[in-house]
Write a protein that binds this ligand. Structure first.
Ligand code: SAH
Length: 379
């Protein structure tokens, strides 16, 4: 037996009930968990020694058994537009990315849920990397903690002179980084709990968005346990094209997916589902396709977010031109379907949608080339 101390529990992995149980195990009263969360999430203090209103003895026990352990930053890059991208270590040879996007009225943190992705969407750079592993709850929450505390330290004085005034706090979190969040259900849901908890990051449910490529059974399960905003990567108005762009569609076709979305809204009293639609020149961007999309969504609580395609090395796709995107949007608007065009941010540092690549050693390609169906989706 080694005499090494056992690994300390990472507090960022424990939503409130689990933290209460942990605190009780340490011989303290469960309500101390709230005080602890207050230090960690409200005040950004991760060292028990600094948690001055906790009994000294309890602090000592905490320091022995627990810690706030963050993913290590491998590299940080800043875009001319203020976007920040972090490359974070998953282990010796693997890394994942997160991106902060400052805007005048909000600061959005785009976080990852997996190292790589197994779903193999044909226009996504992350997909090309393959899949390595799920991130833990602590690694998901750790991204938000890391960005929040780092941004808080950067004073306004450090902002570039003449730069557009922008929110430098994390006010919104989107699970739109690397990975398919619903394929990592078991770790993602407790992370969402911590993001929303009054004693955690205390974000309102409308400021936390989970984006999925369309894992239908997991959308039903999510409706039972969470009420965050839902975004769905649709990208095509018919099954033949969607089968090609988003292969999970072969398992869960559009009609089934939309039924799951409306169910989610009913259960969660949600306002609308956002449908992401990447604009690929000559593939899915014709006026006829816009009309077909409008027919699918008309009369439902839906918003369409058109994403100009972001190219990456080796891709066979090109971005639709601005007038084509405008025309597509107008076709939707004329039919009463709300539609916006996503502004591309952080392009100069490869931080835009679909460009996150990290460093992934693929573990799935050996499986008979069937990435989508070969990878176990956690219950
Ligand atoms: N797996 C989830 C979460 C990723 S979100 C999902 O598919 O929803 C990232 C968003 O960016 C998705 O809507 C995705 O389809 C889109 N995207 C992927 N590659 C892109 C690219 N090259 N250009 C623009 N958007 C892209």
């Amino acid at each position: 037996m080694s005499s090494d101390a056992p690994e300390r529990t990472n507090l960022l992995g424990l939503p409130r009930p689990a933290l209460e149980a942990f605190v009780a195990q340490l011989g303290s009263r469960p309500f101390r968990a709230r005080q602890l969360m207050n230090w960690i999430y409200k005040r950004g203090v991760g060292e028990p020694a600094g948690m001055t209103d906790l009994a000294k003895e309890f602090r000592a026990r905490l320091a022995e058994r627990a810690e706030v352990r963050l993913p290590e930053v491998v590299r940080e890059q800043r875009s001319a537009d203020g976007t920040v991208k972090w490359l974070l270590r998953a282990d010796a040879s693997q890394a994942f990315e997160m991106v902060f996007i400052p805007e005048p009225d909000r600061g959005t943190l785009c976080i990852s849920s997996q190292v790589g992705c197994a779903l193999d969407c044909s226009f996504c750079s992350t997909a090309q990397q393959g899949f390595n592993r799920n991130l833990s709850t602590a690694e998901i929450v750790g991204q938000v903690w890391l960005a929040s505390t780092q941004l808080a330290r950067e004073t306004a004085a450090e902002a570039a002179p003449g730069a557009e005034p922008a929110e430098r706090r994390v006010t919104n979190v989107v699970l739109m980084g690397m990975g398919e969040p619903l394929a990592n259900f078991r770790n993602v849901v407790p992370a969402l709990d911590i993001l929303l908890d009054d004693f955690g990051f205390d974000l309102s449910r409308r400021r936390v968005t989970l984006s999925t490529s369309g894992l239908v059974p997991q959308i039903y399960k999510l409706a039972e346990v969470s009420n965050v905003a839902l975004a769905v990567s649709l990208h095509a108005p018919d099954d033949a094209l969607r089968n090609e762009l988003v292969p999970i569609n072969r398992k869960h076709p559009i009609a089934e997916l939309l039924t799951a979305c409306w169910h989610y809204l009913d259960e969660q009293n949600g306002r609308s589902v956002t449908f992401e639609y990447v604009m690929l020149e000559g593939v899915n961007d014709s006026p006829a396709q816009a009309r077909a999309l409008a027919r699918l969504l008309k009369g439902h609580p839906a918003k369409v977010n058109l994403i100009p395609f972001n190219p990456f090395p080796g891709t066979r796709y090109a971005r639709s031109s601005a007038p084509v995107i405008q025309r597509f949007r107008d076709e939707l608007l004329q039919r009463g379907v709300l539609a916006t065009v996503r502004r591309t941010r952080g392009e100069d540092i490869d931080a835009a949608c679909g460009q996150l690549a990290g460093r992934v050693i693929d573990r799935t390609t050996v499986r008979l080339g069937s990435k989508v169906f070969g990878v176990a989706v956690q219950p």
